[in-house]
Design a protein around this ligand. Structure first.
Ligand code: PLP
Length: 228
């Protein structure tokens, strides 16, 4: 029999807690984002009622209706590839953008954030696995990228984001997640940002426990939490 939403949330919570315990981490250092791109407005509403605060969508076209109805009830994350001409739609609505991957996008985010009189929290998307099907900066490009956007003071880089290849055995994703953590630590040694970069957005339904063991601070969960 299919599990209810409440049961799925409880099961995910147990798995997150176990992964934290297994790696000596504090449960409060890992936040769960419900990825609702596959599901209906009604499901997003149920997720919020069930007490999950963080909602993620990957396309404005799919998110628009949900956000217009439920926007003020949660904290919204934009996790998909963001076209520059869509920045005007998401600024002021999505508190976190996980997919900053090019200078032109940083400039547009800065411009629209100034116009909206806010700061936007961003994660740099990094292609650790090197798959050419994935968006993201190469790890080697990140220091230069941070230097180039340093003057865009309305764009606040709080973390790094990556996606691992889909593997039959989640253990095989570990080097990707470890690579993102090591990159974060190296960047902080270079002190390229006004404040240290603390956040790691990594881990999806298939691999979130490995990501947590490697230091994820945000896991993005669709299928396992809200269904597909
Ligand atoms: C769809 C998506 C997710 C969630 O995927 P699941 O495997 O269903 O958990 C997480 N992150 C990004 C960037 C996505 O596009």
């Amino acid at each position: 029999m299919a599990l209810t939403l409440q049961e799925r949330i409880a099961e995910v919570e147990e798995r997150v807690a176990r992964a934290c315990a297994a790696s000596g981490r504090d449960r409060n250092d890992v936040k769960v984002i419900a990825v609702t791109k596959y599901v209906s407005l009604e499901m997003v509403s149920s997720v919020l009622e069930a007490g999950l605060e963080h909602i993620a969508e990957s396309r404005w076209q799919d998110a628009e209706h949900k956000w217009k109805v439920l926007g003020n009830q949660g904290t919204w994350h934009f996790i998909g590839h963001l076209q520059t001409n869509k920045v005007k739609d998401v600024i002021g609505k999505f508190q976190y953008i996980h997919s900053l991957d090019r200078i032109s996008l940083a400039q547009e985010l800065h411009k629209k954030a100034i116009a909206a009189d806010q700061e936007v929290n961003v994660f740099l998307q990094v292609n650790i696995s090197g798959e050419d099907t994935k968006f993201g900066l190469s790890p080697e490009a990140v220091p230069g990228f941070l230097r180039e956007i340093a003057s865009l003071d309305h764009v606040k880089v709080i973390g790094l984001m990556t996606m691992a290849p889909l593997e039959g055995d989640p253990e095989l994703t570990r080097p990707v997640f470890r690579g993102l953590r090591e990159l974060r630590d190296e960047l902080n040694q270079l002190a390229l940002t006004p404040e240290p970069i603390t956040e790691l957005s990594m881990g999806m339904s298939n691999d979130f426990e490995v990501a947590i063991q490697e230091g994820a601070t945000w896991v993005r969960l669709g299928t396992v939490l809200v269904g597909h």
